[in-house]
Design a protein. Structure first.
Length: 68
């Protein structure tokens, strides 16, 4: 879902695609556009947090490398 969102696929379109994905996996369900939006927002927040951690780790590594 995140990849589709990143590529500009609308939440409404993702909502219509995901039941087909589930069906192929032998599962059934439906998605609301608001649910897709919430999932994408949470995923983006997590990715932003990871990017911050990675940046902080790089700074720490550089600091430790400079101290040796």
């Amino acid at each position: 879902m995140h990849l589709m969102h990143d590529k500009g696929v609308t939440n409404q379109t993702i909502t219509s695609i995901m039941p087909e994905v589930l069906d192929k996996a032998g599962k059934f369900g439906e998605f609301l556009a608001s649910t897709i939006e919430n999932i994408n927002m949470k995923c983006q927040a997590a990715m932003d947090e990871i990017a911050k951690i990675m940046s902080d780790m790089y700074i720490a590594e550089e600091t430790m490398g400079g101290a040796q």
